[in-house]
Design a protein around this ligand. Structure first.
Ligand code: UD1
Length: 365
């Protein structure tokens, strides 16, 4: 096959996974098209990542924007099908678990275009999470399932996936982290937020289960009020969270949390700099659970489950849900004792993009 390899990005957590793959394909002179669906479109959710990750501008931008799950998924499918018919790609690479991921993989399955899913096999076993549906569907239909850790392989085998489709490549997001950690040292973010030299925690929150549910949101705020008495809390607000806080009338309450440092979504380098200097990370994101494990920083995951269990069994992550008391107790324990130390899982070594590119070359040649 001679067509280009299409690399798909759609939402914020995709950019740091595609950047190292794109760079590796470029090194090998493999013809690629970088396609952005536009699921995330604000400059601070999208454009800044291209700059920070030194990624070329997208060759194709679908401009999908916000909408319901069905709307986003369907609109990406309609537009992506046209792109595939025009460019006849030799293969498509999708990453993660966002609506753009499942939409493009479905188009590939029907157009019979080989599709590789990077970050395959992760399961929270919680179908209330929209991302879990995206993971299950994508892994059911993608041809090559590239897993970050052994639990991914096991989950796929348990679903009856044949061995030939499963390839453990490691965690590509850690490639980006390691590639950029030194560069992030010149970030001015601590100075800009007036927290230089201070002890602080980093908090991110955007899961529907935490911020679309008012009582869950309030339980978390109750915990933050106590934690803020001990340590500054840097809270870059996700657009979903900002919107929900306003709808629920919680904005003023958030602003009143002791020592809260509110800011907008941070760029990649600024965010790495924030994480690297934090005493503690509180999050409901998937990516942060992995990045905190790679950096050796204690992480409390404000969810009932995780699709990334190695961060708990090997890394620095603890699952605490959204119960006020449990969150406070776990945070105080970390502040008092330094929290659990972990190890970095195998193949989270910065060479995952290299292994992925080896596979892509094998497939297309
Ligand atoms: C999406 C992904 C999630 C990922 C998260 C990271 C799905 C199902 N969810 O969730 O897996 O962890 O991205 O951020 O694909 N908005 C803006 N500007 C933007 C993007 C979104 O204002 O650039 C607003 C939207 O209008 C919407 C809200 O933020 O009101 C949520 O955006 P959406 O793309 O639906 O989902 P996320 O919660 O960001």
């Amino acid at each position: 096959m001679t067509g280009p390899v299409i690399l798909v990005v759609g939402a914020r957590p995709n950019f740091m996974k595609i950047a190292p793959i794109s760079a590796e394909l470029k090194k090998r002179n493999i013809n690629q098209i970088l396609l952005h669906t536009g699921q995330h479109y604000d400059d601070n959710m999208s454009k800044v990542f291209f700059e920070d990750l030194a990624m070329p501008q997208p060759d194709i931008y679908l401009g999908i924007g916000s909408g319901s799950h069905a709307y986003q998924t369907a609109k990406v499918m309609v537009e992506f099908e046209k792109v595939c018919r025009e460019h006849e790609p030799s293969m498509v690479v999708v990453v993660g678990d966002v609506n753009s991921t499942v939409a493009c993989s479905m188009v590939c399955a029907k157009e019979r275009i080989p599709c590789a899913h990077v970050e395959a096999g992760l399961r929270s076993f919680d179908r209330d999470m929209p991302e879990e549906i995206n993971r299950l569907v994508t892994d059911a239909i993608a041809d090559y399932l590239l897993t970050p850790s052994p639990d991914g392989d096991d989950n796929l085998r348990n679903e009856g996936v044949s061995e030939e489709r499963i390839v453990r490549v490691g965690n590509v997001m850690i490639d980006s982290l390691l590639n950029n950690i030194n560069k992030s040292k010149s970030s001015q973010i601590h100075h800009e937020l007036s927290i230089s030299g201070q002890m602080y925690a980093v908090l991110t929150l955007h899961r529907p289960s935490n911020v679309d549910d008012k009582s869950a949101f309030i339980r978390i705020l109750d915990a933050l009020e106590k934690i803020g008495e001990r340590i500054a809390i840097v809270f870059p607000l996700h657009p979903r969270t900002k919107n929900r806080a306003e709808e629920f009338g919680l904005t003023e309450r958030i602003k009143r949390i002791p020592n809260i440092v509110l800011t907008g979504p941070a760029g990649y380098l600024d965010f790495i700099a924030l994480m690297a200097g934090a005493k503690l990370i509180l999050t409901d994101s998937g990516g942060l659970q992995e990045e905190s494990t790679a950096l050796g920083i204690p992480c409390l995951t404000l969810r009932e489950n995780t699709e990334r269990p190695v961060t708990v069994t090997e890394g620095t992550n603890t699952i605490v849900g959204n119960d006020t008391k449990v969150i406070i107790q776990a945070a105080m324990n970390i502040l008092d004792t330094g929290g659990k130390s972990g190890r970095v899982p195998d193949l989270w070594d910065g060479n995952t993009a290299h292994r992925i590119a080896d596979l892509i070359e094998k497939i297309i040649r």
